[in-house]
Design a protein around this ligand. Structure first.
Ligand code: LAN
Length: 670
């Protein structure tokens, strides 16, 4: 078959029209999207924000003796200093309202690795903050761990991360397979590195750093065993529980045994799982932390790990992003499938005659969707604690390969919306059926959906969360967003495959709705877990209820709309502060945010809100905030994970306002 050649987008010159209307705003927004689209059909975007990732990467570069080149060195340095706070510290994420020992201690070491002098005034300020706030002895555990690798903290000052846990029977309550996959995949290489006490060379730079971080000649005098529970208040979001103390104590006793007959086998078991993860993800690994730590493992394996190291190190390049504020390490290899699924739905919400000139953009996007669906289950899934994958969609691309519940559902929704448009390049129907089956297979006993896998352990395991800085990392819980997305996907699938899966889809949707209704707060809101926060969650909550057939008079829908209306700002916008996620209550941001205003407007439109003026003002806000070229300017970070760490979804500002304007104008016209 000869592939049709799609015309590439050209840069349009847009005159500055006074008094823009919604149609014109949509036209410009579409032009902007078309211009930003990659040849491969997706939209690339900055996925930075977390401040612990780049230092982890630079620790690896240091250990392996592979420093970044001059250009990267300069851009990475720029990044650190751009996000450095006035008091000299770094926050957990780029916009944190306070400094974190975890990221400041690691960031300081990273900047020295990049070649900055300790005499630089910005460095002096940073080092002073570290010493005045208790030194790296108070860093959160992942910070201490990374410092151990570099020889900047002593392994005796860490609670054990036992590789032997991987030898337990899989049914044991403490078996790592029960953990949320991100947590499991981080503690896997950590267990290997802890078990071997992997430490780099102690050279003059490391010696100097010890003095700079802890104070002159302090390091050698420290009583390390006593520092295991030292944590600076800024890093102590989840303080150690009694249950964790007990587990730490018993693991500590085990580790003191002079002879550990299982250690060698346990390390081999860990290595098998590490290599497997590398193999099934094309060395990308599930996320940035295990991508770095797995590569550190291969480095310390020496000649035996040389090939694995080379591939792992090369794969890390795609995690680096050179953005407006410098070069950072991103939270994932990219967010392209996720962005694409929303962008497509936003474009298709625009009236046909307005979007007609952009048909090639949608066509290109469809190809990306098709080319990045996951075609097979991973080999020996069960032996590696993996769920099924076939028919799923990932967050980024097929090479990464881990399918996600809501990404699969949004992917399926797009595939169904575009079905029949490109007869020669269609996604095979059998693969769409696979994705429906996969969605069904992921539903939890509580009726909700988690992120990558079914929930495998009770919430009690959260009591053993050793990370200190993150909340809810131990278990793959059911979430409002994932549940809503899966319900939406199943509603569409029910229509498309009428009769085929009804006996499974109907009860699944009903149970999903029960989960959602139970998750709704008494003020009518839904709490989101993956973006800020109640605005995001409420948009998902309302959407699922309405898609699944609830009327606009449904009390849950009404309550959700009332909640949103009560938070609208005087200028018609919504702005919710990132700290809402940490505090778990709605906190106003000082400024209205375009992405959040779009979510709120979408929720109100879909919820059949009977305050047309409130919605008109929201739409007006979106139009007023638009730039001449159809884009929207960068605003506060609105993505989040594990309650505390904000992350940048840079494309949200380009398609969510378009989507909201499209649905609002359609509803307002009818
Ligand atoms: C992501 C990115 C995608 C995101 C969505 C699909 C948007 C969401 O709806 C479900 C959760 C998920 C899959 C998600 C979970 C947490 C991730 C993987 C991240 C925010 C990207 C980075 C983050 C990861 C945990 C960062 C590394 C830190 C650890 C605590 C392991």
């Amino acid at each position: 078959m000869i592939e049709p050649v799609l015309p590439t987008p050209t840069r349009a010159v847009i005159p500055d029209l006074p008094g823009l209307n919604a149609d014109e705003a949509m036209r410009r927004a579409l032009g902007n999207l078309a211009q930003r689209q990659e040849e491969r059909g997706s939209w690339a975007g900055d996925y930075g924000g977390p401040m612990f990732l780049l230092p982890m990467y630079l620790a690896l570069c240091r250990l392996a003796g592979k420093p970044p080149d001059a250009f990267r060195t300069q851009r990475m340095t720029t990044y650190f200093f751009n996000v450095q706070r006035a008091d000299g510290s770094l926050g957990l994420h780029a916009e944190a309202s306070s400094g974190s020992m975890f990221t400041t201690a690691l960031g300081y070491a990273a900047l020295r690795i990049l070649g900055l002098s300790a005499d630089d005034t910005r460095m002096q300020k940073m080092a002073r903050w570290v010493r005045e706030n208790g030194t790296p002895l108070g860093a959160a555990s992942w910070g201490k761990f990374t410092l151990c690798l570099l020889g900047l903290y002593d392994w005796r000052g860490l609670h054990p991360v036992l590789p032997e846990l991987w030898l337990l029977p899989a049914s044991a309550p403490m078996h790592p397979s029960k953990l949320w996959c991100h947590c499991r995949q981080v503690y896997l290489p950590m267990a290997w590195l802890y078990g071997t006490r992997a430490t780099g060379e102690i050279d003059p730079l490391i010696r100097a750093l010890r003095d700079e971080l802890y104070g002159p000649n302090v390091y050698e005098q420290l009583e390390w065993e006593k520092q295991r529970d030292t944590v600076c208040p800024a890093d102590d979001y989840r303080p150690t529980t009694r249950a964790l103390q007990a587990v730490n104590f018993s693991q500590g006793q085990y580790e003191r045994l002079p002879f550990k007959p299982l250690r060698k086998r346990a390390l081999d078991e860990c290595l098998t799982h590490i290599k497997y993860e590398d193999a099934v993800t094309n060395d990308l690994d599930i996320g940035p932390v295990n991508a770095v730590f797995n590569t550190v493992v291969h480095h310390f394996r020496g000649a035996a790990g040389a090939d694995d190291f080379r591939r792992g190190f090369a794969a890390l390049d795609v995690y680096l992003w050179d953005g407006h504020d410098g070069m950072k390490m991103q939270g994932y290899n990219n967010s392209e499938l996720w962005d694409l699924a929303f962008a497509v739905q936003a474009v298709l919400a625009v009236p046909e005659q307005v979007r007609a000139p952009h048909a090639p953009m949608v066509h290109r996007a469809y190809r990306y969707l098709r080319d990045n669906q996951i075609l097979d289950d991973v080999p020996q899934a069960e032996a590696h604690y993996r769920h099924l994958s076939k028919g799923g969609w990932p967050f980024s691309n097929r090479a990464h390969g881990w399918p996600i519940t809501d990404c699969t559902s949004e992917g399926l929704k797009c595939a169904l919306l575009l079905e029949g448009q490109y007869p020669n390049e269609e996604i095979p129907l059998s693969l769409l059926r696979d994705s429906v089956r996969l969605l069904l297979s992921w539903q939890n006993e509580d009726g909700g959906w988690s992120t990558y896998e079914k929930q495998r352990a009770g919430g009690w395991i959260e009591e053993l969360n050793p990370s200190q800085v993150f909340g809810d990392i131990m278990v793959d819980y059911s979430h409002v967003e994932c549940t809503s997305a899966c319900i939406q996907g199943l509603v569409r699938a029910r229509k498309r495959f009428r009769g085929e899966f009804d006996d499974r889809i109907d009860p699944a949707i009903a149970r999903g709705l029960d989960f959602l209704r139970a998750a709704q707060k008494s003020d009518g809101s839904f709490e989101g877990a993956w973006a800020v926060c109640f605005t995001y969650g409420t948009w998902f909550g309302v959407t699922a209820l309405r898609e699944a057939g609830a009327s606009t008079q449904d009390p849950s829908v009404r309550a959700a709309c009332e909640f949103l209306l009560s938070k609208q700002k005087a200028d018609g916008s919504w702005g919710e502060a990132g700290d809402s996620c940490r505090e778990r209550k709605y906190l106003q941001h000082e400024k209205g945010q375009v992405a959040q205003t779009a979510w709120a407007l979408l929720a109100l439109v879909r919820g059949g809100c009977d305050h047309p003026e409130a919605m008109r003002r929201a739409a007006q806000f979106l139009v007023d905030r638009q730039e001449r070229d159809g884009s929207w300017a960068r605003e506060s970070l609105v993505g989040v994970f594990n309650r505390t760490c904000l992350i940048n979804y840079d494309n949200y500002r380009h398609y969510f306002p378009l989507w909201a304007l499209a649905e609002w104008s359609a509803a307002a016209a009818s």
